[in-house]
Design a protein. Structure first.
Length: 268
């Protein structure tokens, strides 16, 4: 075998190995929007464990990548708030002069502790620390943002209420699963079997399960576990994310790096 043939064989082996690892073990994604701030920033590049949910089930509090139920060609990333069979409730309350929605899961209060204010873009946000019950007396603490002007949606749309419209042909919550509602918004509901209720940590700047429904178990790709690189990049919509835009975002990140975020773990 001459050198050129050896090079082709080695390259083919590397490509097959990378594809195998990507298909079954670990896949890289980049964060295109602000929906998971402050946990994940635009320009964070993350690794997702695709094997973990072949061996175990997703858990409340996990940050997961999944196929968007309305268009499975798109990948979304959110945090699991409700698991199959959970009763999720939204309770509006005022804390330190800010009106927020506080969550309850199976009757347990997801405590929200006020930490302060931040500005992002043209808006001011209130920063809270949520304490999510994850079972066996354990809890996960993480930060969330609420708009200073008040929450945009305290509950789950009974119908498709994206962009302020109702599509009466497509109910988002199965019959009998909404326990309390007000004005077309279900404020207390049961998560159906084999489904998950997910939300962004940037609560008033996240199109999540409240707007388009539950995530089927089969749509979950894996669990985010580390930020392997980070840098300042332009924001993208989910529709703009592609193989080529990923390289463009990485180029911007390389010339505008955020070293303090590199290597930050996302697991608990």
């Amino acid at each position: 075998m001459d050198k050129s043939q050896k090079w082709v064989v080695e390259l083919a082996f590397i490509v097959v190995l990378v594809l195998f690892i990507r298909a079954f073990f670990v896949q890289a994604f980049n964060i295109p929007s602000a929906s998971m701030q402050p946990t994940l920033l635009i320009g964070d590049f993350i690794l997702v464990n695709k094997l973990v949910y072949r061996l175990s089930e997703p858990q409340r509090g996990d940050i997961v990548v999944f196929k968007y139920p309305r268009d499975e060609s798109l990948d979304y990333i959110k945090r699991i708030i409700g698991m199959p069979g959970d009763v999720v409730e939204f309770v509006e309350r005022e804390v330190e002069g800010f009106r927020i929605h506080e969550l309850r899961v199976n009757g347990d209060r997801v405590a929200a502790r006020f930490l302060g204010k931040v500005s992002f873009g043209i808006r001011d946000y209130a920063v809270f620390e949520e304490t999510v019950p994850v079972g066996e007396g354990k809890a996960l603490k993480h930060k969330v943002w609420f708009r200073a002007s008040g929450p945009i949606l305290s509950g789950m749309c009974e119908y498709d209420c994206r962009y302020g419209t109702l599509n009466l042909d497509e109910p988002l919550i199965p019959e009998g699963y909404c326990l309390e509602s007000e004005g077309g918004v279900c404020t207390k509901f049961i998560v159906p079997e084999n489904s998950y209720f997910v939300m962004g940590d940037n609560r008033d700047n996240s199109e999540d399960s409240r707007f388009w429904g539950f995530v089927p178990r089969k749509n979950i790709v894996g669990k985010a576990f580390v930020i392997y690189f980070s840098g300042e990049v332009p924001s993208l919509t989910p529709e703009e994310v592609s193989f080529f835009s990923g390289f463009r975002q990485l180029f911007f990140a390389l010339i505008n790096p955020r070293p303090s975020r590199i290597g930050k773990p996302l697991i608990w």
